[in-house]
Design a protein around this ligand. Structure first.
Ligand code: SF4
Length: 365
């Protein structure tokens, strides 16, 4: 009879939360400061092997490498736009060879020094929600990222920023590929690692999680008192129009969204941000602005009006400047705090709704 050799699967350390990593290290008979050291190597320094953990003894490194592994996303390419925005393409670890994109959007002081460095991270390869204007939605859905894969995007881009601007990233938005609250655990776990002093050390006030309006998860954020800002991808201010462009609205409509938003605000007293892509002659009339103003009153809020970057194969187009002006005037008349956001990086397809791996590349084939 053939002898069967059973090999135990190695533990992916980045699939563990900080507490789980502590337990794992304890089980190996290590003192608790060792777990902090490993955590720091994984998330602050972004190493991809035990050999690089130079403050661990050689014996300890070899003990760990026999039972555990360190996976890390791999940068593939980056493209810089004329406005300074940089889009990064990463390959996820593992056989599947999936890829995601993340974008760094810099703001500069008049003297040219970097002011805000905002990173937009991806949480999934593709997306199940299929919003009609969104390039990611057109890809279909492949898989969710782990919290380690989300932190890796931030860690890598942080290093690039330090090298390029001598400055760390200042803000993070979960608005890249995928619906963050459809990957709830990984998103909140990545946030806590990003905010940890042994991780990236960013204040949670600088982190915004965006959702298409998953009401249960919005309430869960509130119940768990998660410290992040909430943004709602609204894009239409009545059910009829929202149904037309965002399939989620037919199962979770604006009345349910209102209830969830008010629940969130009542528990956390944190203002809500609404993201509203302005589409030509679809959602850009003064009547649309008045409907949006009513939504803005559900709870203290601000509205970002985003100029859409046209996506190939999408009938909706960017609103004209004249209609934008009239829309903004109507919002101001209705006491809405609103800002126009010009999409950045549109010459490299890094603007809002444009993140998608080109056809056939999602699996790196
Ligand atoms: Fe998914 Fe967001 Fe795109 Fe809608 S807008 S398809 S939720 S990534």
């Amino acid at each position: 009879m053939e002898e069967q050799v059973q090999t135990k699967e190695k533990v992916d350390l980045k699939s563990l939360t900080k507490e789980e990593l502590q337990e794992f290290c304890e089980e190996q008979g290590l003192q608790s400061y060792r777990s902090d050291q490993v955590f720091q190597w994984l998330y602050q320094k972004g190493v991809s092997s035990f050999d690089e953990m130079t403050n661990l003894s050689k014996d300890l490194r070899s003990q760990l490498s026999e039972i555990a592994e360190v996976n890390r996303i791999e940068p593939v390419t980056s493209q810089e736009s004329s406005d300074g925005t940089i889009k990064f393409l990463f390959r996820l670890p593992g056989d599947e060879d999936y890829k995601v994109e993340a974008v760094m959007i810099p703001d500069f002081y008049p003297d040219g020094a970097a002011n805000r460095l905002t990173v937009c991270v991806s949480s999934q390869v593709g997306c199940v929600f299929g919003c009609s204007f969104c390039a990611t939605g057109k890809m279909g859905f492949f898989r969710s990222l782990t919290h380690g894969e989300i932190v890796d995007q931030v860690q890598y881009i942080n290093e690039v920023c330090e090298e390029k601007f001598d400055k760390k990233i200042t803000n993070i938005v979960y608005m890249g590929m995928g619906e963050p609250l459809h990957n709830y655990e990984a998103v909140v776990n990545s946030g806590s690692i990003i905010c940890d002093d042994l991780g990236i050390g960013l204040s949670p006030k600088r982190i915004t999680v965006s959702t298409v309006g998953l009401t249960k998860q919005i309430k869960r954020l509130a119940d768990e008192r998660q410290p992040y800002n909430l943004a709602i991808s609204l894009h239409a201010a009545n059910d009829e129009k929202r149904d037309e462009i965002m399939p989620i609205n037919s199962s979770m409509n604006l009345a349910e969204l209102k209830e969830a938003v008010q629940y969130f605000y009542a528990k956390l007293h944190r203002p809500i941000t609404y993201e509203y892509l302005l589409f030509d002659e679809f959602n850009d009339s003064p009547k649309d602005a008045r409907e949006l103003a009513q939504i803005a009153q559900w709870a203290p809020s601000k509205v970002n009006i985003i100029m859409y970057n046209d996506v190939a194969g999408v009938a909706l187009k960017r609103a004209r400047e004249q209609r934008l002006d009239a829309f903004m005037k109507e919002l101001v008349r209705n006491d809405v705090t609103a800002t126009v956001r010009r999409s950045r990086g549109d010459d490299i397809d890094a603007g809002c709704g444009q993140l998608a791996i080109k056809e056939g590349q999602a699996r790196g084939k």
